[in-house]
Ligand binder design. Structure first.
Ligand code: DMJ
Length: 640
């Protein structure tokens, strides 16, 4: 074919002059460079990077091999489940660390107040970033649905979960009190539904919803936290609304930055207990999907997870306020119960392996005076500071040791040894008696005592009570006495206030006892810990004073926290002129009202022989391995 030269058109093919072509090519290559460069330098380009980089590339420079925790762990399946092939590139370890700007948190103060045990200040920059590595790719979220039979599980329970008559007490006065608590739950729920449906929490004064930044874009925390409470109270219309919301609107494909601890205790715990109580497959598949999203948080050199995880990318960070990029004892130590159940339900051991690895590290590491400090480096596996507390930052770690032992049907001897070892060290170093005769747990700062006890630490009365039977037999009474004394002290912190509600922290120095001396410690945000201890102590002793103390709390909540459209925390328990904080915490529905309801119910509602409560009061069944593996138990069901 012959090309004729047309007038005014260049000799080159596209009809462009050479110089024009050159400019065009220059522009094109500039554009390509710009786009490609952006993948590497824009702060939020993690997702795109994963297209180009291997999935483990953004690990910080570390020590240790991390081999136990590398990306492939996420894809492991038990034998005979179709095997697994690691995705290409997962073993590549281009070590690189990314620094990120501090998250600006306009609601940080409220979050700090709400988070409690593990949250002290979310406003400071997070210190490290770490990318997710592999994610399991199977559509069944790692579950081998053949391995778990709900009917078999029911057959292994010693008693029906809801008791003979849903725990209805025969004594009319107690029943009336129980009905009152149920009415409070309905009131709290109805207002949440009316003004904040689908949001995380209700703001009862402004009558709107609160989302916050603890759950990484997940919604409906109050719904998930309420499922089991509504169910055990027999509020079935409300329960069905909640279930329908989970079915139609619980979107786990969020791309936000979440507290691993909070998502675990509220969402994973809430969905697990909803499944075990109802047998609805919906909850199981949701919790499996969510559990899988949490796994990348463990991709650190030691396998100790960082505190914050992006649920979409799997990238994780330490809280900026936690010194030297450390992880928090109460956060990484409060995963065990839920993760063991994730393995139970999925048949995938990966979840149990992750938490057993944490356990292994903690049992080996040297402990100052036998104590567990609150901060640990996920890189070196060493303690970062020697601050010890049975309250915020430490608390639920101890709780999960004894509960792991109980939940394992008393087979997890390592958890038992660690729990009693820790308790001995706490008694030797932290437990104090005030001049006025009150027993309390001080905080320990490198050997120096701070004579303060947080409201959060008041869960320990119940914890020591439920563990009393399993230590050395000669110590049983000693532990029961200690549990009763701590619970008594916490009750004193309530009775010594004008409102009869307890402050966030109370002190035993500066002239007072069991009272807050600092203005900043005077608030009450509907927390459950004191009532939680009343409930356990009632079950363990049947001393009527615990029900009376619970009723005092009901009256105080009604008088000072009930507002026109829900329940609200108050800013100062020492003044009768109420100043409300405009927040109905989701743990009020999950814990405070549930523990009150159980306190006024018969012991056969969620009997302690079969159930342990996670730290958000979600009941999880004791795992009876021998029964579950016994062929004869197949599909035997407990009649209710
Ligand atoms: C709850 O979310 C849990 O009990 C957690 O362990 C601590 N903080 C709150 C309640 O105060």
């Amino acid at each position: 074919m012959v090309f004729r030269k047309l007038p005014g058109v260049s000799a080159s093919g596209m009809g462009l002059r050479l110089s024009q072509k050159f400019v065009f090519l220059l522009f094109l290559s500039g554009l390509v460079t710009l786009c490609f460069g952006a993948l590497f330098f824009l702060p939020d380009s993690v997702r795109l990077k994963r297209i180009f980089l291997s999935k483990t590339e953004t690990q910080p420079v570390t020590v240790g091999s991390g081999s136990e925790n590398d990306a492939r762990e996420h894809l492991k399946r038990p034998k005979n489940q179709g095997g697994m092939t690691p995705a290409r590139g997962e073993t590549s370890t281009k070590l690189k660390s990314l620094s990120r700007k501090p998250p600006v948190s306009y609601e940080a103060t409220e979050e700090r107040l709400a988070g409690g045990k593990a949250q002290e200040d979310l406003t400071l920059p997070r210190s490290k970033t770490e990318s997710a590595s592999a994610k399991a790719t199977s559509s069944d979220h790692g579950a081998n649905s053949d391995t778990f039979s709900y009917n078999k599980f029911k057959g292994c329970l010693l008693k029906p979960p809801l008791g003979r008559d849903n725990g209805k007490p025969s004594d009319p006065k107690t029943n009336e009190r129980r009905e009152k608590v149920k009415e409070m739950m309905k009131f709290a729920w109805d207002n949440y539904k009316r003004y904040a449906w689908g949001k995380n929490e209700l703001r009862p004064l402004t009558r709107n919803g609160h989302i916050g930044n603890m759950f990484g874009g997940l919604r409906g925390a109050s719904i998930i936290d309420s499922l089991d409470t509504l169910y055990i109270m027999g509020l079935m219309e409300e329960y069905n609304d909640a279930k329908e919301w989970v079915q139609t609107s619980l979107d786990l494909n969020s791309n936000g930055e979440a507290s691993l601890f909070e998502v675990n205790i509220r969402y994973v715990g809430g969905l697990l207990s909803a499944y075990y109580l109802t047998g609805e497959e919906l909850y199981k598949s949701k919790v499996m999907e969510l559990g899988e999203k949490l796994l990348p948080a463990f991709n650190t050199p030691t396998g100790i997870p960082r505190g914050v995880i992006n649920l979409g990318s799997g990238t994780s960070w330490s809280w900026g306020w936690a010194s030297a990029g450390s992880s928090i004892l109460a956060e990484f130590g409060t995963l065990h119960l839920e993760f063991v159940h994730l393995s139970e339900l999925s048949g995938n051991p990966i979840y149990t392996e992750k938490v057993m690895n944490i356990r292994k590290l903690l049992s080996k590491i040297e402990k100052p005076h036998g104590l567990y400090p609150n901060f640990l480096s996920p890189v070196s596996g060493n303690w970062v500071q020697h601050h010890v507390s049975i309250g915020g930052l430490g608390d639920s770690f101890y709780e999960y040791l004894i509960k792991s032992y109980l939940m394992s049907d008393k087979t997890d001897g390592n958890a038992k040894t660690m729990y009693y070892g820790a308790l001995e060290a706490i008694e030797a170093n932290l437990v104090q008696k005030s001049p006025g005769g009150l027993t309390y747990m001080a905080e320990w700062r490198g050997g120096i005592l701070d004579h303060k006890m947080g409201h959060l630490a008041c869960f320990s009365g119940g914890m020591i009570g439920i563990g009393a039977d399993d230590g050395a037999p000669e110590k049983r009474q000693h532990y029961m006495d200690l549990a009763a004394e701590i619970t008594h002290t916490c009750h004193e912190s309530y009775t010594r206030s004008a409102t009869k509600l307890g402050p966030e922290a109370f002190r035993f120095d500066g002239g007072g006892e069991a009272t807050a001396t600092r203005l900043s410690d005077r608030y009450y945000i509907l927390r459950p810990e004191v009532i939680e201890s009343y409930m356990y102590m009632w079950r363990l002793t049947h001393d009527p004073k615990y029900r009376e103390w619970g009723w005092e709390a009901v009256e105080a909540l009604e008088q000072h926290c009930r507002v026109e459209s829900g329940f609200s925390g108050i800013r100062d328990v020492y003044t009768m002129t109420a100043s409300h904080d405009n927040m109905q915490q989701s743990f009020f529905l999950s814990e405070t009202l549930k523990y009150l309801y159980l306190l006024f119910s018969d012991d056969d509602l969620l009997p302690l022989e079969d159930w342990v409560f996670n730290t958000e009061a979600h009941p999880l069944p004791i795992i009876r391995k021998s029964c579950l593996q016994d062929e004869a138990t197949q599909d035997k069901t407990v009649s209710e």
